[in-house]
Design a protein around this ligand. Structure first.
Ligand code: F6P
Length: 553
Protein backbone atom coordinates (compact mmCIF):
# COMPACT_ATOMS: atom_id res chain seq x y z
CA UNK A 1 0.00 0.00 0.00
CA UNK A 2 3.03 2.29 -0.09
CA UNK A 3 2.16 3.88 -3.42
CA UNK A 4 -0.50 3.75 -6.09
CA UNK A 5 1.49 1.21 -8.09
CA UNK A 6 1.62 -1.29 -5.23
CA UNK A 7 -1.91 -0.61 -4.04
CA UNK A 8 -4.51 -3.36 -4.08
CA UNK A 9 -8.10 -2.37 -3.45
CA UNK A 10 -9.28 -4.24 -0.33
CA UNK A 11 -11.99 -6.08 -2.22
CA UNK A 12 -9.32 -7.72 -4.38
CA UNK A 13 -7.66 -9.19 -1.27
CA UNK A 14 -8.34 -12.91 -0.60
CA UNK A 15 -9.46 -12.27 2.98
CA UNK A 16 -12.21 -9.94 1.72
CA UNK A 17 -13.90 -12.77 -0.17
CA UNK A 18 -13.62 -15.05 2.84
CA UNK A 19 -15.17 -12.34 5.04
CA UNK A 20 -18.08 -11.89 2.66
CA UNK A 21 -18.75 -15.62 3.16
CA UNK A 22 -18.60 -15.25 6.94
CA UNK A 23 -21.04 -12.36 6.74
CA UNK A 24 -23.53 -14.52 4.81
CA UNK A 25 -23.10 -17.28 7.38
CA UNK A 26 -23.51 -15.00 10.40
CA UNK A 27 -26.03 -12.42 9.17
CA UNK A 28 -29.11 -14.30 10.32
CA UNK A 29 -27.54 -15.94 13.35
CA UNK A 30 -28.79 -14.53 16.67
CA UNK A 31 -25.88 -13.12 18.65
CA UNK A 32 -26.96 -15.01 21.83
CA UNK A 33 -26.49 -18.26 19.85
CA UNK A 34 -22.83 -17.35 19.47
CA UNK A 35 -22.57 -17.47 23.27
CA UNK A 36 -23.97 -20.99 23.19
CA UNK A 37 -21.28 -21.95 20.65
CA UNK A 38 -18.52 -20.55 22.85
CA UNK A 39 -19.50 -20.10 26.51
CA UNK A 40 -16.17 -18.36 27.24
CA UNK A 41 -16.79 -15.89 24.42
CA UNK A 42 -16.92 -12.87 26.76
CA UNK A 43 -13.33 -13.59 27.83
CA UNK A 44 -12.12 -14.56 24.35
CA UNK A 45 -13.48 -11.41 22.76
CA UNK A 46 -12.38 -8.91 25.40
CA UNK A 47 -9.19 -6.90 25.56
CA UNK A 48 -7.73 -4.61 28.12
CA UNK A 49 -5.14 -1.88 28.35
CA UNK A 50 -2.73 -1.85 31.28
CA UNK A 51 -2.29 1.34 33.29
CA UNK A 52 1.43 2.05 32.73
CA UNK A 53 2.05 3.14 36.32
CA UNK A 54 0.21 0.12 37.70
CA UNK A 55 0.61 -2.95 35.49
CA UNK A 56 -2.21 -5.39 36.10
CA UNK A 57 -4.67 -2.55 36.67
CA UNK A 58 -6.77 -1.91 33.57
CA UNK A 59 -7.06 1.57 32.12
CA UNK A 60 -9.67 0.37 29.64
CA UNK A 61 -11.58 -2.84 29.03
CA UNK A 62 -13.18 -3.47 25.66
CA UNK A 63 -15.78 -6.21 25.26
CA UNK A 64 -16.45 -7.18 21.64
CA UNK A 65 -18.41 -10.33 22.48
CA UNK A 66 -21.75 -8.69 21.62
CA UNK A 67 -20.57 -8.13 18.04
CA UNK A 68 -21.94 -10.47 15.38
CA UNK A 69 -18.54 -12.09 15.03
CA UNK A 70 -17.05 -15.47 15.74
CA UNK A 71 -13.51 -16.79 15.91
CA UNK A 72 -13.36 -17.72 12.21
CA UNK A 73 -14.58 -14.32 11.05
CA UNK A 74 -12.22 -12.60 13.45
CA UNK A 75 -9.29 -14.65 12.17
CA UNK A 76 -10.08 -13.50 8.62
CA UNK A 77 -10.39 -9.88 9.76
CA UNK A 78 -6.86 -10.15 11.12
CA UNK A 79 -5.85 -11.76 7.82
CA UNK A 80 -7.38 -8.79 5.99
CA UNK A 81 -5.35 -6.43 8.17
CA UNK A 82 -2.20 -8.38 7.31
CA UNK A 83 -2.97 -8.56 3.60
CA UNK A 84 -3.61 -4.80 3.59
CA UNK A 85 -0.19 -4.34 5.27
CA UNK A 86 -1.64 -2.51 8.24
CA UNK A 87 1.61 -3.11 10.11
CA UNK A 88 3.37 -1.04 7.47
CA UNK A 89 0.69 1.65 7.76
CA UNK A 90 1.18 1.92 11.52
CA UNK A 91 4.93 2.09 11.06
CA UNK A 92 4.58 4.87 8.48
CA UNK A 93 2.12 6.79 10.65
CA UNK A 94 4.49 6.83 13.61
CA UNK A 95 7.57 7.47 11.44
CA UNK A 96 6.03 10.74 10.24
CA UNK A 97 5.75 9.58 6.64
CA UNK A 98 3.23 11.25 4.33
CA UNK A 99 0.26 9.02 5.19
CA UNK A 100 -1.89 12.02 4.24
CA UNK A 101 -1.10 11.16 0.67
CA UNK A 102 -3.29 13.70 -1.11
CA UNK A 103 -1.78 16.65 0.75
CA UNK A 104 1.59 14.93 0.92
CA UNK A 105 1.91 15.42 4.69
CA UNK A 106 2.51 13.42 7.82
CA UNK A 107 -0.36 12.96 10.27
CA UNK A 108 1.69 13.21 13.42
CA UNK A 109 -0.78 14.50 16.02
CA UNK A 110 0.71 11.81 18.30
CA UNK A 111 3.88 13.94 18.49
CA UNK A 112 1.90 16.57 20.43
CA UNK A 113 1.50 14.04 23.26
CA UNK A 114 4.98 12.53 22.96
CA UNK A 115 3.72 9.47 21.10
CA UNK A 116 6.19 9.87 18.21
CA UNK A 117 8.97 12.26 17.22
CA UNK A 118 7.74 15.54 15.69
CA UNK A 119 8.29 15.81 11.95
CA UNK A 120 10.03 19.01 10.80
CA UNK A 121 8.00 22.23 10.73
CA UNK A 122 6.86 24.88 13.16
CA UNK A 123 4.06 24.59 15.67
CA UNK A 124 5.17 21.48 17.51
CA UNK A 125 6.54 23.51 20.42
CA UNK A 126 3.68 24.50 22.72
CA UNK A 127 5.74 26.25 25.40
CA UNK A 128 4.50 29.76 24.56
CA UNK A 129 0.88 28.58 24.46
CA UNK A 130 1.32 26.83 27.78
CA UNK A 131 2.86 29.87 29.48
CA UNK A 132 -0.01 32.01 28.19
CA UNK A 133 -2.77 29.58 29.20
CA UNK A 134 -1.34 29.10 32.67
CA UNK A 135 -0.84 32.84 33.24
CA UNK A 136 -4.48 33.28 32.29
CA UNK A 137 -5.51 30.49 34.65
CA UNK A 138 -3.55 32.07 37.51
CA UNK A 139 -5.23 35.42 36.91
CA UNK A 140 -2.07 37.17 35.76
CA UNK A 141 -3.46 38.55 32.51
CA UNK A 142 -5.35 41.80 32.39
CA UNK A 143 -7.53 43.48 29.79
CA UNK A 144 -7.36 47.00 28.36
CA UNK A 145 -8.73 48.59 31.54
CA UNK A 146 -6.42 46.65 33.86
CA UNK A 147 -9.12 44.22 34.98
CA UNK A 148 -8.09 40.58 35.38
CA UNK A 149 -9.27 38.35 32.53
CA UNK A 150 -11.59 35.74 34.04
CA UNK A 151 -13.55 34.52 31.04
CA UNK A 152 -12.25 32.78 27.93
CA UNK A 153 -14.52 32.53 24.91
CA UNK A 154 -13.18 30.11 22.32
CA UNK A 155 -14.36 31.01 18.83
CA UNK A 156 -13.80 28.12 16.43
CA UNK A 157 -15.66 25.41 14.55
CA UNK A 158 -15.15 21.75 13.65
CA UNK A 159 -11.85 20.53 14.99
CA UNK A 160 -11.14 23.94 16.47
CA UNK A 161 -14.19 23.54 18.70
CA UNK A 162 -15.35 19.96 19.20
CA UNK A 163 -12.26 18.48 20.87
CA UNK A 164 -11.62 21.23 23.43
CA UNK A 165 -15.37 21.64 24.03
CA UNK A 166 -15.75 17.93 24.79
CA UNK A 167 -12.66 17.83 26.99
CA UNK A 168 -13.63 20.94 28.97
CA UNK A 169 -17.14 19.55 29.51
CA UNK A 170 -15.66 16.24 30.62
CA UNK A 171 -12.91 17.53 32.88
CA UNK A 172 -13.47 21.08 34.12
CA UNK A 173 -15.16 21.41 37.50
CA UNK A 174 -18.59 22.93 36.77
CA UNK A 175 -18.54 26.58 37.81
CA UNK A 176 -14.98 26.08 38.99
CA UNK A 177 -15.45 27.85 42.32
CA UNK A 178 -14.97 31.50 43.25
CA UNK A 179 -12.78 33.49 40.89
CA UNK A 180 -12.20 30.50 38.62
CA UNK A 181 -11.71 31.06 34.91
CA UNK A 182 -14.97 30.53 33.01
CA UNK A 183 -14.69 28.94 29.57
CA UNK A 184 -17.28 29.20 26.81
CA UNK A 185 -17.32 27.87 23.25
CA UNK A 186 -18.88 29.54 20.26
CA UNK A 187 -19.01 27.76 16.91
CA UNK A 188 -22.17 28.60 15.01
CA UNK A 189 -22.44 31.57 12.69
CA UNK A 190 -25.98 31.95 14.08
CA UNK A 191 -25.60 35.11 16.22
CA UNK A 192 -27.54 33.54 19.07
CA UNK A 193 -24.62 31.41 20.17
CA UNK A 194 -22.17 34.29 20.47
CA UNK A 195 -24.89 36.54 21.92
CA UNK A 196 -25.58 33.99 24.66
CA UNK A 197 -21.88 33.85 25.59
CA UNK A 198 -21.59 37.64 25.52
CA UNK A 199 -24.65 37.99 27.75
CA UNK A 200 -22.71 36.16 30.48
CA UNK A 201 -19.51 38.13 29.93
CA UNK A 202 -17.98 41.30 31.33
CA UNK A 203 -16.10 42.83 28.38
CA UNK A 204 -13.29 44.19 30.56
CA UNK A 205 -12.55 40.69 31.90
CA UNK A 206 -13.04 38.64 28.70
CA UNK A 207 -10.47 37.05 26.43
CA UNK A 208 -11.47 35.76 23.00
CA UNK A 209 -9.41 32.92 21.60
CA UNK A 210 -9.88 32.79 17.85
CA UNK A 211 -9.13 29.16 17.06
CA UNK A 212 -8.74 28.51 13.36
CA UNK A 213 -5.93 26.53 11.83
CA UNK A 214 -6.49 28.26 8.50
CA UNK A 215 -7.72 31.60 9.88
CA UNK A 216 -9.95 31.51 6.85
CA UNK A 217 -13.11 29.80 8.08
CA UNK A 218 -16.09 32.05 7.40
CA UNK A 219 -18.06 31.24 10.57
CA UNK A 220 -15.09 31.80 12.86
CA UNK A 221 -14.03 35.05 11.21
CA UNK A 222 -17.59 36.41 11.29
CA UNK A 223 -17.93 35.61 15.00
CA UNK A 224 -14.47 37.02 15.78
CA UNK A 225 -15.37 40.26 14.00
CA UNK A 226 -18.66 40.45 15.93
CA UNK A 227 -16.72 39.91 19.17
CA UNK A 228 -14.33 42.71 18.23
CA UNK A 229 -17.25 45.07 17.55
CA UNK A 230 -18.78 44.17 20.91
CA UNK A 231 -15.51 44.87 22.70
CA UNK A 232 -15.06 48.23 20.94
CA UNK A 233 -18.62 49.21 21.83
CA UNK A 234 -18.08 48.25 25.48
CA UNK A 235 -14.55 49.47 26.04
CA UNK A 236 -14.24 52.25 23.48
CA UNK A 237 -12.67 52.35 20.04
CA UNK A 238 -9.36 53.52 21.44
CA UNK A 239 -8.99 50.81 24.06
CA UNK A 240 -6.22 48.31 23.29
CA UNK A 241 -8.48 45.41 22.43
CA UNK A 242 -5.43 43.34 21.42
CA UNK A 243 -5.24 42.53 25.15
CA UNK A 244 -8.59 40.75 24.76
CA UNK A 245 -7.59 38.47 21.91
CA UNK A 246 -5.36 35.48 21.27
CA UNK A 247 -5.35 33.12 18.32
CA UNK A 248 -4.57 29.50 17.61
CA UNK A 249 -3.59 29.34 14.00
CA UNK A 250 -0.87 28.51 11.58
CA UNK A 251 -1.70 31.61 9.55
CA UNK A 252 0.01 34.25 11.75
CA UNK A 253 -0.15 36.94 9.05
CA UNK A 254 -3.93 36.66 8.80
CA UNK A 255 -4.23 36.73 12.61
CA UNK A 256 -1.99 39.81 12.74
CA UNK A 257 -4.10 41.51 10.07
CA UNK A 258 -7.11 40.90 12.31
CA UNK A 259 -5.30 42.78 15.09
CA UNK A 260 -4.03 39.97 17.28
CA UNK A 261 -0.55 40.65 18.70
CA UNK A 262 2.00 38.23 17.18
CA UNK A 263 3.14 36.97 20.61
CA UNK A 264 -0.46 35.83 21.21
CA UNK A 265 -0.76 33.78 18.04
CA UNK A 266 -0.03 30.15 18.85
CA UNK A 267 0.68 27.92 15.88
CA UNK A 268 -0.21 24.32 15.30
CA UNK A 269 1.77 22.28 12.84
CA UNK A 270 0.67 21.45 9.31
CA UNK A 271 0.96 17.79 10.25
CA UNK A 272 -1.81 18.08 12.87
CA UNK A 273 -5.25 17.96 11.29
CA UNK A 274 -8.03 20.05 12.85
CA UNK A 275 -10.03 17.09 14.12
CA UNK A 276 -6.87 15.61 15.67
CA UNK A 277 -5.72 18.87 17.23
CA UNK A 278 -7.00 18.95 20.82
CA UNK A 279 -3.52 17.83 21.95
CA UNK A 280 -1.87 20.83 20.31
CA UNK A 281 -2.24 24.61 20.77
CA UNK A 282 -5.96 24.01 20.09
CA UNK A 283 -6.03 22.65 23.65
CA UNK A 284 -5.37 26.14 25.09
CA UNK A 285 -8.89 26.51 26.57
CA UNK A 286 -8.60 23.03 28.06
CA UNK A 287 -5.24 23.74 29.65
CA UNK A 288 -6.51 27.06 31.01
CA UNK A 289 -9.60 25.32 32.40
CA UNK A 290 -8.01 22.26 34.03
CA UNK A 291 -4.39 23.24 34.74
CA UNK A 292 -1.08 21.74 33.79
CA UNK A 293 -1.12 18.52 35.82
CA UNK A 294 -4.48 17.43 34.40
CA UNK A 295 -3.55 18.53 30.86
CA UNK A 296 -0.35 16.49 31.08
CA UNK A 297 -2.36 13.51 32.33
CA UNK A 298 -4.63 13.90 29.28
CA UNK A 299 -1.58 13.82 26.99
CA UNK A 300 -0.20 10.82 28.91
CA UNK A 301 -3.46 8.97 28.30
CA UNK A 302 -3.17 9.59 24.56
CA UNK A 303 0.50 8.58 24.60
CA UNK A 304 -0.33 5.34 26.43
CA UNK A 305 -2.74 4.44 23.65
CA UNK A 306 -0.10 5.36 21.04
CA UNK A 307 2.44 3.03 22.62
CA UNK A 308 -0.13 0.26 22.78
CA UNK A 309 -1.22 0.77 19.16
CA UNK A 310 2.28 0.75 17.74
CA UNK A 311 3.53 -2.22 19.75
CA UNK A 312 0.69 -4.63 20.63
CA UNK A 313 0.16 -7.60 18.30
CA UNK A 314 -3.07 -7.33 16.32
CA UNK A 315 -4.63 -10.06 18.49
CA UNK A 316 -4.36 -7.76 21.54
CA UNK A 317 -4.48 -4.36 19.87
CA UNK A 318 -7.48 -2.26 20.91
CA UNK A 319 -7.57 0.23 17.98
CA UNK A 320 -7.07 -2.67 15.56
CA UNK A 321 -10.03 -4.58 17.04
CA UNK A 322 -12.23 -1.49 17.19
CA UNK A 323 -11.33 -0.62 13.58
CA UNK A 324 -11.90 -4.17 12.35
CA UNK A 325 -15.25 -4.37 14.16
CA UNK A 326 -16.26 -1.06 12.55
CA UNK A 327 -15.17 -2.24 9.12
CA UNK A 328 -16.97 -5.58 9.58
CA UNK A 329 -20.23 -3.87 10.50
CA UNK A 330 -20.05 -1.27 7.72
CA UNK A 331 -18.59 -3.20 4.80
CA UNK A 332 -19.73 -6.76 5.44
CA UNK A 333 -22.90 -6.62 7.54
CA UNK A 334 -23.99 -3.42 5.73
CA UNK A 335 -24.96 -1.63 8.92
CA UNK A 336 -24.97 1.96 7.84
CA UNK A 337 -24.79 3.71 11.17
CA UNK A 338 -22.88 3.76 14.43
CA UNK A 339 -24.47 5.10 17.60
CA UNK A 340 -22.01 6.45 20.15
CA UNK A 341 -23.61 5.99 23.57
CA UNK A 342 -21.47 7.49 26.33
CA UNK A 343 -22.94 6.85 29.76
CA UNK A 344 -21.57 10.06 31.26
CA UNK A 345 -22.96 13.58 31.19
CA UNK A 346 -19.37 14.82 30.79
CA UNK A 347 -19.18 12.94 27.49
CA UNK A 348 -22.43 14.35 26.05
CA UNK A 349 -20.45 16.00 23.24
CA UNK A 350 -18.55 12.81 22.44
CA UNK A 351 -20.96 11.79 19.64
CA UNK A 352 -20.44 15.17 17.92
CA UNK A 353 -16.66 14.86 18.28
CA UNK A 354 -16.75 11.30 16.93
CA UNK A 355 -19.04 12.37 14.12
CA UNK A 356 -16.40 14.73 12.77
CA UNK A 357 -13.58 12.28 13.44
CA UNK A 358 -15.18 9.35 11.61
CA UNK A 359 -17.30 11.09 8.99
CA UNK A 360 -14.82 13.79 7.94
CA UNK A 361 -11.96 11.30 8.00
CA UNK A 362 -13.44 8.23 6.34
CA UNK A 363 -16.58 9.56 4.68
CA UNK A 364 -14.92 9.08 1.30
CA UNK A 365 -15.05 6.83 -1.73
CA UNK A 366 -11.94 7.57 -3.78
CA UNK A 367 -9.13 5.12 -3.20
CA UNK A 368 -5.41 5.71 -3.06
CA UNK A 369 -5.02 4.87 -6.76
CA UNK A 370 -7.85 7.20 -7.81
CA UNK A 371 -10.39 4.42 -8.37
CA UNK A 372 -13.77 4.36 -6.63
CA UNK A 373 -14.41 1.99 -3.74
CA UNK A 374 -16.96 -0.77 -4.06
CA UNK A 375 -17.20 -1.14 -0.27
CA UNK A 376 -19.29 0.85 2.18
CA UNK A 377 -16.93 3.12 4.12
CA UNK A 378 -17.57 5.28 7.20
CA UNK A 379 -20.97 4.84 8.80
CA UNK A 380 -23.30 7.65 9.74
CA UNK A 381 -22.28 8.44 13.31
CA UNK A 382 -24.88 9.68 15.76
CA UNK A 383 -25.76 9.12 19.40
CA UNK A 384 -26.23 10.84 22.70
CA UNK A 385 -25.56 10.49 26.39
CA UNK A 386 -27.08 7.62 28.30
CA UNK A 387 -29.42 7.38 30.09
CA UNK A 388 -31.03 10.37 28.34
CA UNK A 389 -31.17 8.61 24.96
CA UNK A 390 -33.01 5.65 26.49
CA UNK A 391 -36.02 7.92 26.88
CA UNK A 392 -35.79 9.25 23.35
CA UNK A 393 -34.32 7.15 20.54
CA UNK A 394 -33.76 3.68 22.01
CA UNK A 395 -37.32 2.71 21.04
CA UNK A 396 -36.22 2.54 17.39
CA UNK A 397 -33.22 0.42 18.33
CA UNK A 398 -35.55 -2.09 20.01
CA UNK A 399 -38.45 -2.27 17.62
CA UNK A 400 -37.61 -0.28 14.51
CA UNK A 401 -36.63 -1.70 11.16
CA UNK A 402 -33.00 -0.54 11.11
CA UNK A 403 -29.84 -2.22 12.27
CA UNK A 404 -27.42 -0.07 14.23
CA UNK A 405 -23.95 -0.73 15.53
CA UNK A 406 -23.55 0.60 19.06
CA UNK A 407 -20.56 1.71 21.09
CA UNK A 408 -21.32 1.86 24.81
CA UNK A 409 -18.75 4.01 26.59
CA UNK A 410 -18.98 3.51 30.31
CA UNK A 411 -16.79 5.30 32.84
CA UNK A 412 -17.56 3.47 36.09
CA UNK A 413 -16.73 6.26 38.54
CA UNK A 414 -17.93 6.75 42.07
CA UNK A 415 -19.57 4.25 44.37
CA UNK A 416 -22.66 6.45 44.45
CA UNK A 417 -26.19 5.15 43.81
CA UNK A 418 -26.89 7.28 40.72
CA UNK A 419 -23.48 6.45 39.26
CA UNK A 420 -24.12 2.74 39.82
CA UNK A 421 -27.52 3.10 38.15
CA UNK A 422 -25.82 4.69 35.15
CA UNK A 423 -23.51 1.71 34.72
CA UNK A 424 -26.33 -0.80 35.33
CA UNK A 425 -28.37 0.92 32.64
CA UNK A 426 -25.53 0.80 30.11
CA UNK A 427 -25.00 -2.90 30.67
CA UNK A 428 -28.73 -3.63 30.64
CA UNK A 429 -29.20 -1.77 27.37
CA UNK A 430 -26.38 -3.58 25.61
CA UNK A 431 -27.75 -6.93 26.81
CA UNK A 432 -31.39 -6.21 25.95
CA UNK A 433 -30.58 -4.77 22.53
CA UNK A 434 -28.59 -7.89 21.74
CA UNK A 435 -31.10 -10.42 23.10
CA UNK A 436 -34.41 -8.83 22.21
CA UNK A 437 -37.69 -10.38 23.37
CA UNK A 438 -39.39 -13.30 21.63
CA UNK A 439 -43.16 -13.77 21.47
CA UNK A 440 -43.23 -16.29 24.32
CA UNK A 441 -41.26 -13.98 26.57
CA UNK A 442 -43.62 -11.15 25.68
CA UNK A 443 -46.61 -13.36 26.59
CA UNK A 444 -44.94 -14.28 29.88
CA UNK A 445 -44.31 -10.62 30.71
CA UNK A 446 -47.97 -9.82 30.07
CA UNK A 447 -49.16 -12.83 32.04
CA UNK A 448 -47.06 -11.59 34.93
CA UNK A 449 -49.16 -8.43 34.89
CA UNK A 450 -52.24 -10.62 35.36
CA UNK A 451 -53.87 -9.78 32.02
CA UNK A 452 -56.62 -11.98 30.56
CA UNK A 453 -55.53 -14.47 27.87
CA UNK A 454 -57.18 -12.63 24.97
CA UNK A 455 -55.49 -9.39 25.97
CA UNK A 456 -52.15 -11.18 26.22
CA UNK A 457 -52.55 -12.50 22.67
CA UNK A 458 -53.55 -9.08 21.37
CA UNK A 459 -50.66 -7.20 22.97
CA UNK A 460 -47.83 -9.74 22.87
CA UNK A 461 -46.65 -8.99 19.29
CA UNK A 462 -46.30 -5.33 20.27
CA UNK A 463 -43.92 -6.24 23.08
CA UNK A 464 -41.55 -8.29 20.96
CA UNK A 465 -38.18 -7.02 20.00
CA UNK A 466 -35.91 -8.65 17.46
CA UNK A 467 -32.67 -7.76 19.24
CA UNK A 468 -29.48 -8.44 17.35
CA UNK A 469 -28.05 -4.92 17.57
CA UNK A 470 -24.31 -5.55 17.78
CA UNK A 471 -22.33 -3.54 20.29
CA UNK A 472 -18.93 -2.93 21.78
CA UNK A 473 -18.70 -1.94 25.43
CA UNK A 474 -15.77 0.15 26.62
CA UNK A 475 -15.39 0.19 30.38
CA UNK A 476 -13.19 2.90 31.92
CA UNK A 477 -12.42 3.11 35.64
CA UNK A 478 -13.51 6.76 35.73
CA UNK A 479 -13.79 9.87 33.60
CA UNK A 480 -10.61 11.79 34.33
CA UNK A 481 -7.97 13.45 32.17
CA UNK A 482 -5.84 10.35 31.69
CA UNK A 483 -8.74 8.10 30.70
CA UNK A 484 -10.23 10.72 28.39
CA UNK A 485 -6.86 10.85 26.63
CA UNK A 486 -6.88 7.05 26.30
CA UNK A 487 -10.41 7.11 24.87
CA UNK A 488 -9.89 9.85 22.28
CA UNK A 489 -6.61 8.38 21.02
CA UNK A 490 -8.28 4.96 20.77
CA UNK A 491 -10.84 6.34 18.34
CA UNK A 492 -8.26 8.37 16.40
CA UNK A 493 -6.30 5.18 15.75
CA UNK A 494 -9.46 3.20 15.02
CA UNK A 495 -10.20 5.63 12.21
CA UNK A 496 -6.67 5.18 10.88
CA UNK A 497 -7.02 1.38 10.88
CA UNK A 498 -10.25 1.60 8.89
CA UNK A 499 -9.00 4.23 6.46
CA UNK A 500 -5.84 2.27 5.78
CA UNK A 501 -7.67 -0.96 5.05
CA UNK A 502 -10.36 0.74 2.96
CA UNK A 503 -7.53 2.44 1.03
CA UNK A 504 -8.78 6.00 1.60
CA UNK A 505 -7.03 9.01 3.10
CA UNK A 506 -8.49 9.86 6.54
CA UNK A 507 -6.57 13.12 6.76
CA UNK A 508 -7.97 15.40 4.06
CA UNK A 509 -11.47 16.89 3.69
CA UNK A 510 -11.80 18.09 0.11
CA UNK A 511 -15.49 17.20 0.07
CA UNK A 512 -16.53 20.14 2.23
CA UNK A 513 -15.05 22.66 -0.19
CA UNK A 514 -17.95 22.44 -2.64
CA UNK A 515 -20.52 23.73 -0.16
CA UNK A 516 -18.19 26.54 0.91
CA UNK A 517 -17.78 27.66 -2.71
CA UNK A 518 -21.55 27.67 -3.23
CA UNK A 519 -22.07 29.72 -0.04
CA UNK A 520 -19.52 32.26 -1.29
CA UNK A 521 -21.27 32.48 -4.65
CA UNK A 522 -24.63 33.01 -2.93
CA UNK A 523 -23.19 35.69 -0.65
CA UNK A 524 -21.69 37.43 -3.67
CA UNK A 525 -25.09 37.25 -5.41
CA UNK A 526 -23.51 35.59 -8.42
CA UNK A 527 -26.30 35.19 -10.93
CA UNK A 528 -26.56 31.84 -12.63
CA UNK A 529 -24.36 30.12 -10.05
CA UNK A 530 -27.35 28.24 -8.60
CA UNK A 531 -29.92 25.75 -9.77
CA UNK A 532 -33.50 27.00 -10.12
CA UNK A 533 -34.58 25.74 -6.68
CA UNK A 534 -31.70 27.39 -4.84
CA UNK A 535 -31.96 30.66 -6.76
CA UNK A 536 -35.70 30.81 -5.99
CA UNK A 537 -35.15 30.05 -2.29
CA UNK A 538 -32.51 32.81 -2.15
CA UNK A 539 -35.03 35.28 -3.60
CA UNK A 540 -37.71 34.15 -1.14
CA UNK A 541 -35.30 34.48 1.79
CA UNK A 542 -34.48 38.00 0.65
CA UNK A 543 -38.22 38.77 0.54
CA UNK A 544 -38.57 37.52 4.14
CA UNK A 545 -35.67 39.77 5.15
CA UNK A 546 -37.34 42.78 3.57
CA UNK A 547 -40.64 42.02 5.29
CA UNK A 548 -38.71 41.71 8.56
CA UNK A 549 -37.06 45.07 7.97
CA UNK A 550 -40.40 46.75 7.19
CA UNK A 551 -42.09 45.20 10.24
CA UNK A 552 -39.26 46.33 12.50
CA UNK A 553 -39.66 49.95 11.43
O1 F6P B 1 -14.47 22.83 6.73
C1 F6P B 1 -13.95 21.76 7.41
C2 F6P B 1 -12.83 22.19 8.32
O2 F6P B 1 -11.73 22.54 7.57
C3 F6P B 1 -12.50 21.13 9.35
O3 F6P B 1 -11.68 20.14 8.86
C4 F6P B 1 -11.88 21.95 10.41
O4 F6P B 1 -11.79 21.27 11.64
C5 F6P B 1 -12.81 23.14 10.44
O5 F6P B 1 -13.21 23.32 9.10
C6 F6P B 1 -12.24 24.40 11.00
O6 F6P B 1 -11.11 24.81 10.28
P1 F6P B 1 -10.16 25.94 10.82
O7 F6P B 1 -9.55 25.48 12.10
O8 F6P B 1 -9.15 26.17 9.75
O9 F6P B 1 -11.00 27.18 11.05
Amino acid sequence: MSDAGAFTAPQRLPAWTALAGHARRLAARPIPALFADDPARAEHLSLHLDTPAAPGRSALIADFSKQRLDGDALADLFRLAREARLDDGIRRLFAGEAVNFTENRAAAHMAMRGGCPPPPGRGGDTRAMRAFALALRRGELTGASGKTLRRLINIGIGGSDLGPRLAVEALAIPGGGDGALQVDFVANIDPRELDAALARADAAATLFVVSSKSFGTAETLANASAARRWLCAALGEKAGIGAHFAAISNAPEAAAAFGIPPERVFPLPEWVGGRYSVWSATGLPLLAAIGEAAFDAFLAGGRTMDEHFRSAPFARNLPVWLGLAGLWNASFLHIQNLAALPYAHGLRSFPAWLQQLEMESNGKRTLRDGSQTEAATAPIVWGGAGTVGQHAFHQLLYQGTRAAALDFIVPVGEDEPRQRALVDNALAQSAALMAGRALDAARAALAHRGLPAAEIERLAPHLTSTGGQPSTTLLLPRLDAFHLGVLLALYEHKVFVEGWIWGINPFDQYGVELGKEMARALAAGEAGAQDASTARLARLAEAFRQTGRTEKK
